[in-house]
Ligand binder design. Structure first.
Ligand SMILES: *[C@@H]1O[C@H](CO)[C@@H](O)[C@H](O)[C@H]1NC(C)=O
Ligand SMILES: *[C@@H]1O[C@H](CO)[C@@H](O)[C@H](O)[C@H]1NC(C)=O
Ligand SMILES: *[C@@H]1O[C@H](CO)[C@@H](O)[C@H](O)[C@H]1NC(C)=O
Ligand SMILES: *[C@@H]1O[C@H](CO)[C@@H](O)[C@H](O)[C@H]1NC(C)=O
Ligand SMILES: *[C@@H]1O[C@H](CO)[C@@H](O)[C@H](O)[C@H]1NC(C)=O
Ligand SMILES: *[C@@H]1O[C@H](CO)[C@@H](O)[C@H](O)[C@H]1NC(C)=O
Ligand SMILES: *[C@@H]1O[C@H](CO)[C@@H](O)[C@H](O)[C@H]1NC(C)=O
Ligand SMILES: *[C@@H]1O[C@H](CO)[C@@H](O)[C@H](O)[C@H]1NC(C)=O
Ligand SMILES: *[C@@H]1O[C@H](CO)[C@@H](O)[C@H](O)[C@H]1NC(C)=O
Length: 812
C-alpha cells in the first residue's frame, strides 16, 4: 500500500482520494469534529437500528440468523441493483440506505499494532493511542512462534475494543509476508526476513493471533468460522522492488516493474509463505501486488488468483487489490492497452473480489453494461466479501468481545508484551571480553550519543498508529545510570561535522559510551529502496572518532531493518560490543537498556543475511533468481544460495552465556513407500556424485500426513546466567544434486535454559515437507540418499546424517 505521505505519482492522486474519501466517510456523523466516531453502530442486524431508519429488519433475509452466511450474503447481494452492487466493490463501500446497509471502510492496518493508515480506524479523544509493538523484522529476530501469536492476540484485542468504541474497522490488511530477496529493499522492516519457512510460520502465527476466536480454531465449514478480526496476507506475489535508482541513472519502481521469475523460485520462495498463510493460517484475505510477474500484473492474473489462491489453496475469504493497482495496470503498466472498463472486467474475472480505491466503483457498471463481464461475477465477489464481514461479526456482533473497552488498550500487560518483544528481538553481534552487560556500579555515568540516542517515532517504523507512550533509549538508560546525551549527528543523514566534536568530548569522561546509529524511513521505506549498504553521511567518521576517544567501553547499537556495512566496527578494537535492535517499537528504549545492563540476556538472531558492501555491486536489484548465475557473475541470494562473505550471516546472534547441543533422538532414517504405479523421479547430479537407484519421489505421490521425523536436541546452558536460546534446524540435501540449496531452515524453537541446566527442544517434522527440494522444473521432490541435518550454525553446530529410502510397491 502507498505510504501515508509521499509526493510521487500515483500516490499524490491517491492521497487526494484518501482525503476526499475520509471526508465522505465521516460525513454521516460530523465532518468537522475530528473526535466523532467512525461507526455509530456496533453491528448491522439490530432491529432497533433498522427501526430508527424506518425499516423493518424482519423483511431482510440477510439478517436472518438461522440461515447460513452464504445464503444471507446471497440474499443481500440479490436485493441490490447493479449500481448499488458496484458501490460496494471498493474499500469505501457506500452502503445501501434502503436496505439498512451502512458505509464501511475496509481499509485498516495492524502491521505491529492498530494503525490509522487507511482511515478505517482512527485515533482521537476517544482512543488516543494503541500499543505499538516492535516492527516485524525485530519480532522476527526473536524466532519465537508463541510471541508472534501473542502479539497478534493483543493487537486484535485492542482492535475489537476500538471497534466497540466506534473508532476501528474489523478488516485489517496485515501482515506483509514478502520474502526479503535483496538487502536494498525498502520494506524489510515490515517483513519477517529472508527465509520463506520462517516468514510462513510468522504469517501463520500472527494471522491466528489476529483472527482466531478461542474454541473456533477450526470448524467443519471454514467459510462459517467466526473471526476476531479479519487479517490479510500481502503482497501477492514476487513483490520486493519499491523504487530503485541503479547505477547509470536507471530507475525502476513497483508500478512499472515486471518481475521475471522462474516457476522454481515461485514455488520455493515467493509463493511459499502465502501458501502457508492460506492453508495453515486460514487467513481470510490475500492482497495482490502492484508489480507484474512475467509480464502479467498480479492483480489481473487469473492463474495466480483464481487458480492458485482460491483454487489450489482453497482460500476462505476475499482477494483485495493493493491501493489503486487497477489504475496502475491501466495508466502505468499500460497492460494490453486496456481501457479502464477492460481492466476492471479482466481483474474481476481473474478473481479480484474487492478494490482499494475507486476503479471498480467508477467503471464496473459500464463494463457490465457493455458486456465485458457478467453481473454474476460481481455477485460472487460481493458474496465472498460479505461472508467475511459476517464471520467477523459486523452483521450480528461478536458477543465474546462486547466487554472490551479502553482498559484493554495500552494495558500494562500489552505494554509489557511490547517491551518483552523488543527484548526478545535484540541481537548481540559482538561482545569482546564480555564487556556487556554493563554494571550499575562500574558504569554509573555514561554517555549516550548518536542520531538515535533519543529516538522515539523512529522506533515505530511505518504503518504505525499513535503509540501509548514512548520509552526512548535515553529514558531506558536513565533507569540504570546518569546519562549525558549529545546526538553528534542531527539526523541519520549526518551531514554536518560541527556536532561531532561535542559528542566525542562527553565520551572522554564517561564510564561507558553507547552510540546509537543506523537508518530510518528516510533511507529504507516503502517507495524507497537503498542503493548501498553503508551508514549514511558522516556516521562512520562519527562512530570512529567517538570510539577512539572514549574512556570506558563502547557499545554500538544499530537501528535498521536491512543489514548495514559495519565490517570496520566488527573488527575494530575500539568498539567493544554491537547490538542490532531493528526498529523496536514504543518500548524500545527500556528493552535496549534492560539488555545493556543485563536485566535481560539477549537471544535474538538475524532474520536476514548482512552482506558485505560489495554485494550490491555484483547484481542488480531486478535479478529475481535466488540461485547464482555464473554466466552473468551474479552471486546467489539469501543464506540458502549465497556462499560468499558476509558481515554477519543469517541466524547469527550471541548471548551472555554459552549453550551446547546434544542430539538425544536416535532416528537417523525414514523409509517412504511409493504408491502403486508411482515412478521414481530423476534429478540432476554433478558428474562425481553418487546416484541412488531411485533418485527421488514427487511429494504429491507420497503419503505425507504424519510427522515421520523426530529430532530431540538437549540444550545445555554451560554459563553462569540464565538465557533464552534459539535452536535452528537446517537440512541439506544429499551431495551432488545440482541446484539444491546450501541448506534450508526446517524448524526452530526458542527455549529458556537456566544457568547450568538443560532443556530438550523436540521437533516433529514431516519428511515430505522438511527434506524435500524444489527441482528446476518446479516439482517438489524428496531426494533419496544421505541428507544432513544441522543443529545451529557456526562453531557450535552439531551435524548428523539422515537417510531417506524408498520402498516401491512396483518396480520402476
Ligand atoms: C429465517 O429463516 C428460517 C429458515 O429458512 C425461516 O424458517 C424463518 O421464517 C426466517 N425468519 C424470518 C423472520 O423470516
Ligand atoms: C516466547 O514468547 C512468549 C510470549 O511473549 C514468552 O512468554 C516466552 O518466554 C518466550 N520464550 C522464550 C524462550 O523466550
Ligand atoms: C524480463 O523479461 C523480459 C522479456 O524477456 C525482458 O524484456 C525484460 O527486460 C526482463 N526484465 C528484467 C527486469 O529482467
Ligand atoms: C459510462 O457510459 C456512459 C454511456 O455509455 C457514459 O456517458 C459514461 O461517461 C460512462 N462512465 C464512465 C465512468 O466511463
Ligand atoms: C560491578 O562493578 C563493581 C565495581 O567495579 C564490582 O565490585 C562488582 O563486582 C561488579 N558487579 C558485577 C556483577 O560484575
Ligand atoms: C528527547 O526527545 C523528546 C521527544 O522528541 C523530547 O521531548 C526531549 O526533549 C528529548 N530529550 C533531549 C534530552 O533532548
Ligand atoms: C552546521 O551546523 C552549524 C551549527 O548549527 C551551522 O552553523 C552550519 O551552517 C551547518 N553547516 C552546514 C554545512 O549545514
Ligand atoms: C560459490 O558460488 C559461486 C557462484 O555460483 C561458485 O562459482 C563458486 O564455485 C562457489 N564457491 C564455493 C566455495 O562453493
Ligand atoms: C559434485 O559433488 C561432489 C560430491 O559428490 C562434491 O564434492 C562437489 O563439490 C560437487 N561439485 C559441484 C560443482 O557441485
Amino acid at each position: 500500500m502507498a505510504p501515508p505521505c509521499s509526493n510521487s505519482s500515483p500516490q499524490s492522486i491517491f492521497l487526494l482520494l484518501v482525503t476526499i474519501f475520509a471526508a465522505v466517510s465521516h460525513g454521516d456523523n460530523s465532518n468537522s469534529n475530528p473526535n466523532a466516531p467512525l461507526y455509530t453502530y456496533k453491528y448491522i442486524c439490530d432491529p432497533q437500528r433498522f427501526e430508527q431508519l424506518g425499516l423493518n429488519m424482519a423483511q431482510f433475509g440477510f439478517c436472518n440468523k438461522s440461515l447460513p452466511y452464504a445464503v444471507r450474503a446471497k440474499r443481500l447481494v440479490d436485493s441490490m441493483t447493479l449500481a448499488e452492487k458496484v458501490g460496494q466493490t471498493g474499500n469505501g463501500a457506500t452502503g445501501v440506505q434502503r436496505l439498512g446497509i451502512p458505509q464501511y471502510n475496509w481499509w485498516s492496518e495492524a502491521l505491529h499494532g492498530v494503525s490509522d493508515v487507511g482511515g478505517g480506524s482512527k485515533f482521537s479523544n476517544i482512543v488516543p493511542g494503541a500499543t505499538s509493538f516492535p516492527t516485524p523484522i525485530t519480532s522476527a529476530a526473536a524466532f519465537n512462534e508463541t510471541l508472534w501469536k501473542t502479539i497478534g492476540e493483543a493487537v486484535s484485542t485492542e482492535a475489537r475494543a476500538m471497534h466497540n468504541l466506534g473508532v476501528a474497522g474489523l478488516t485489517f490488511w496485515s501482515p506483509n509476508i514478502n520474502v526479503v530477496r535483496d538487502p536494498r529493499w525498502g520494506r524489510i522492516l515490515e517483513t519477517p526476513g529472508e527465509d520463506p519457512f520462517v516468514v510462513g510460520r510468522y504469517a501463520v502465527n500472527y494471522v491466528r493471533g489476529l483472527q482466531d476466536v478461542t474454541g473456533f480454531e477450526t470448524t467443519d465449514d471454514l467459510n462459517t468460522r467466526p473471526l476476531k478480526v479479519s487479517a490479510c496476507c500481502k503482497h501477492y506475489a514476487a513483490y520486493d522492488v519499491d523504487a530503485w535508482y541503479a547505477p547509470g541513472n536507471f530507475f525502476i519502481d513497483r508500478y512499472h516493474y515486471s518481475a521475471n521469475v522462474t516457476e522454481q523460485d515461485m514455488v520455493e520462495t515467493f509463493l511459499r509463505p502465502f501458501e502457508m498463510c492460506v492453508k495453515d493460517g486460514d487467513v481470510s484475505s490475500v492482497m495482490c501486488s502492484y508489480n507484474s510477474v512475467n509480464g502479467i500484473p498480479t492483480c489481473t492474473d487469473a492463474r495466480l488468483l483464481r487458480g492458485t489462491v482460491r483454487g489450489d489453496w482453497n482460500l476462505h475469504g476475499y482477494i483485495v487489490a493493493d491501493c489503486d493497482s487497477i489504475e496502475v495496470i491501466v495508466d502505468q503498466q499500460k497492460y494490453l492497452a486496456d481501457t479502464p472498463e477492460d481492466a476492471v472486467a479482466q481483474v474481476l474475472k481473474g478473481g479480484l473480489d474487492l478494490d482499494c480505491m475507486s476503479f471498480y466503483q467508477t467503471y464496473l457498471e459500464n463494463a457490465t453494461r457493455h458486456g465485458l463481464v457478467k453481473e454474476a461475477d460481481i455477485d460472487k465477489a460481493l458474496i465472498n466479501n460479505y461472508i467475511v464481514l459476517m464471520r467477523v461479526g459486523l452483521f450480528d456482533g461478536q458477543p465474546a468481545y462486547d466487554s472490551l473497552n479502553q482498559n484493554n488498550i495500552c494495558s500494562a500487560e500489552h505494554v509489557e508484551l511490547a517491551t518483552d518483544a523488543a527484548r526478545q528481538g535484540v541481537v548481540l553481534l559482538k561482545n569482546e571480553n564480555n564487556v556487556l552487560p554493563l554494571n550499575t556500579t562500574a558504569h554509573k555515568n555514561i554517555a549516550a550519543v548518536g542520531p538515535h540516542a533519543n529516538a522515539t517515532h523512529v522506533m515505530l517504523g511505518n504503518y504505525a498508529g499513535t503509540p501509548c507512550s514512548y520509552s526512548s533509549p535515553l529514558d531506558g538508560l536513565s533507569r540504570y545510570a546518569k546519562v549525558s546525551y549529545l546526538p553528534g549527528c542531527l539526523d541519520v543523514a549526518c551531514l554536518n561535522l560541527t556536532y561531532i566534536f561535542p559528542a566525542v568530548r562527553i565520551s572522554k569522561t564517561a564510564d561507558a559510551t553507547i552510540i546509537f546509529a543506523g537508518l530510518d524511513l528516510s533511507v529504507e521505506a516503502e517507495s524507497n529502496d537503498r542503493s548501498n549498504l553503508n551508514l549514511p553521511g558522516y556516521q562512520n567518521l562519527f562512530i570512529r572518532q567517538v570510539a577512539s576517544a572514549a574512556k570506558g567501553p563502547v557499545v554500538l547499537v544499530i537501528l535498521s531493518a536491512g543489514g548495514v556495512n559495519i565490517d570496520e566496527f566488527k573488527s575494530s578494537s575500539d568498539i567493544d560490543a554491537i547490538l542490532w535492535v531493528g526498529y523496536p517499537g514504543e518500548q524500545g528504549g527500556n528493552a535496549i537498556a534492560d539488555v545493556i545492563y543485563g536485566k535481560y540476556n539477549p537471544g535474538g538472531r538475524l532474520p536476514v543475511t548482512w552482506y558485505t558492501a560489495d554485494y550490491v555491486m555484483q547484481l542488480p536489484m531486478t535479478s529475481m533468481q535466488l540461485r547464482p548465475n555464473d554466466d552473468l557473475g551474479f552471486p546467489g541470494r539469501t543464506y540458502k544460495f549465497y556462499n560468499g562473505s558476509t558481515v554477519y550471516p543469517f541466524g547469527f546472534g550471541l548471548s551472555y552465556t554459552n549453550f551446547i547441543y546434544t542430539v538425544v533422538s536416535t532416528q537417523r532414517s525414514v523409509e517412504k513407500e511409493l504408491g502403486l504405479g508411482r515412478h521414481c523421479h530423476q534429478l540432476q547430479y554433478n558428474t562425481s556424485a553418487y546416484i541412488p537407484p531411485c533418485q527421488a519421489a514427487i511429494v504429491e505421490d507420497l503419503s505425507c500426513d504424519d510427522d515421520d521425523v523426530a529430532i530431540d536436541v538437549l540444550v545445555t546452558n554451560t554459563g553462569t546466567v540464565d538465557g533464552s536460546h534459539v535452536v535452528v534446524l537446517y537440512a541439506t540435501a544429499p551431495e551432488g544434486i545440482i541446484g539444491a540449496p546450501i541448506k534450508q531452515v526446517i524448524g526452530f524453537q526458542r527455549v529458556f535454559v537456566a544457568a547450568g541446566k538443560s532443556e530438550v527442544a523436540s521437533f516433529k517434522l514431516q519428511s515430505c515437507r522438511s527434506l524435500s527440494i524444489v527441482t528446476g522444473s518446479a516439482y517438489v521432490a524428496l531426494p533419496a540418499g544421505e541428507h544432513t541435518i544441522s543443529v545451529g550454525d557456526g562453531d557450535g553446530a552439531v551435524q548428523f546424517p539422515f537417510q531417506v529410502y524408498f520402498k516401491s510397491q512396483k518396480s520402476f
